[in-house]
Design a binder for this molecule. Structure first.
Ligand SMILES: C[S@@+](CC[C@H](N)C(=O)[O-])C[C@H]1O[C@@H](n2cnc3c(N)ncnc32)[C@H](O)[C@@H]1O
Length: 322
C-alpha cells in the first residue's frame, strides 16, 4: 500500500466553521473563549460576528499558534491570546474578574495541519523529523525520551488506552528490542519499527498506515490531551454565564466519549442524597444533535471526516435548588 499519496502540504481549514458559529449563538457584545486557537480560523470568524464591545480570549500551547495569535491581538484589541493549556481557563478568568461571564466556549481538539506538516515537530509518521510530538516544545518530555525509559507494560498501556492498538504487546516488544541497539530518535525510525514488527497480512491490508494508532496514542499521552479536556469540561461549569454555550469538536472516540458523558451527566437533575434534600437542577441542557461535516466539507477537508461537534447550554438556574 502507498501511504505517500496523503503526504501533501495541507493548509489549515477550520472544521465545521459555520456550524460552530451557529452553535455558539453569538451575541455581538458577548465574551467568548476559543480554547484551541491553532491558526485562528474559528477565532477570526467569531471576531467577525462580534461588535466593538465583544471580547474573545484564546488559548494555545503551541508557540507558533501563539505568535499568529499575538499578531491578531495587535490588530484587534477585542482579542487576547494566552500561551498554555486551555485548562488554565479558570485561573485566567479569575485573574481578570470574568468568572461566570463567558457567553460561549469553543474547543476544536487535537493538532492542526501546520503542526502535522512541520517535520521538526515530530507529529507525523509521514514526515522525517525528531520524535517529539509536544504541542509545547518547551514543556514536558518528547516522545523519544519517554520511549527510551518507559517499561514494556507502560508502553502497552499507552498504546492500548489511547490508540486501541490490538498489537500493543508486539509493538512494545519491538520498541524495547530496538532501543537496546540505539535510541528511537526519529519519526521514521519509530514508524519502521512498528511496521516491521506487524504480521505481513496486516501490513498488506491495513486501511490506515500501520503506525497510525501508535502515533495517535503517544501524542495523546505525551500532551495529556484527555486530562486537559476533562479539566476544561469541569471548569466550564463555573466559567459560563447562564445561557452560555459550550461547543466541542472532537476527532476520535476517546475525546468524544468524554464530552458526551459530561454533557449527558450535567444535563440530568442530580439525585438528592437524602429523600428530603432539595433537588439540584441540571447545569446544562443539550442543544440539538451531534453535528458532523457534510459531504462537500469532507471532500474539501479530509480532517473533517472524523469530526463530531456536541453543544450544550448552561442553564439559567444552574446549581439552584428547589
Ligand atoms: C485543530 S487545531 C485548532 C484549529 C483552529 N480552530 C483554527 O481554526 O485554526 C488545535 C489547536 O489546539 C491546540 N491545543 C490542543 N490541545 C490544547 C490544550 N489542551 N490547550 C491549549 N491548546 C491546545 C493545538 O496546539 C492546536 O494548535
Amino acid at each position: 500500500m502507498q501511504w505517500g499519496a496523503a503526504l501533501k502540504q495541507a493548509e489549515h481549514h477550520p472544521v465545521l466553521l459555520e456550524a460552530a458559529m451557529e452553535a455558539l449563538a453569538i451575541r455581538p457584545d458577548g465574551l467568548y473563549v476559543d480554547g484551541t486557537y491553532g491558526r485562528g480560523g474559528h477565532s477570526r470568524a467569531l471576531l467577525g460576528r462580534l461588535g466593538p464591545q465583544g471580547r474573545l480570549l484564546a488559548f494555545d500551547k503551541d508557540p507558533q499558534a501563539c505568535a499568529d495569535g499575538r499578531q491578531l491581538a495587535r490588530a484587534d484589541e477585542r482579542f487576547t491570546i494566552h500561551r498554555g493549556s486551555f485548562a488554565r481557563l479558570t485561573a485566567v478568568l479569575e485573574a481578570e474578574g470574568l468568572t461566570g461571564r463567558v457567553d460561549g466556549l469553543l474547543l476544536d481538539l487535537g493538532v492542526s495541519s501546520p503542526q502535522l506538516d512541520d517535520g521538526v515537530r515530530g507529529f507525523s509518521f509521514m514526515r522525517a523529523g525528531p520524535l517529539d510530538m509536544r504541542m509545547d516544545p518547551e514543556a514536558g518530555e518528547p516522545v523519544s525520551s519517554w520511549l527510551a525509559r518507559a517499561d514494556r507494560d507502560a508502553i502497552i498501556d499507552v498504546l492500548r488506552s489511547y490508540g486501541d492498538e490490538p498489537f500493543a504487546p508486539r509493538i512494545a516488544d519491538a520498541i524495547v528490542r530496538e532501543r537496546e541497539q540505539a535510541d528511537i530518535g526519529t519519526t521514521q525510525r519509530l514508524s519502521a519499527v512498528i511496521t516491521d514488527c506487524l504480521p505481513r497480512r496486516i501490513q498488506a491490508t491495513a486501511r490506515n498506515h500501520p503506525a497510525t494508532r501508535s502515533f495517535q496514542a503517544l501524542r495523546i499521552f505525551i500532551n495529556r490531551e484527555l486530562d486537559d479536556l476533562s479539566e476544561l469540561l469541569e471548569q466550564s461549569l463555573t466559567a459560563l454565564a447562564p445561557a452560555g454555550r459550550l461547543a466541542v469538536i472532537a476527532f476520535h472516540s476517546l475525546e468524544d466519549r468524554r464530552v458526551k458523558r459530561f454533557m449527558r451527566d450535567q444535563a440530568r437533575p442530580a439525585q438528592p442524597a437524602l429523600p428530603m434534600a432539595p433537588r439540584v437542577e441540571p447545569a446544562f441542557t443539550l442543544v440539538g444533535k451531534p453535528v458532523r461535516a457534510d459531504e462537500s466539507e469532507m471532500q474539501r477537508n479530509a480532517r473533517a471526516r472524523s469530526a463530531i461537534m456536541r453543544v450544550a447550554e448552561r442553564t439559567r438556574a444552574a446549581g439552584v435548588t428547589s
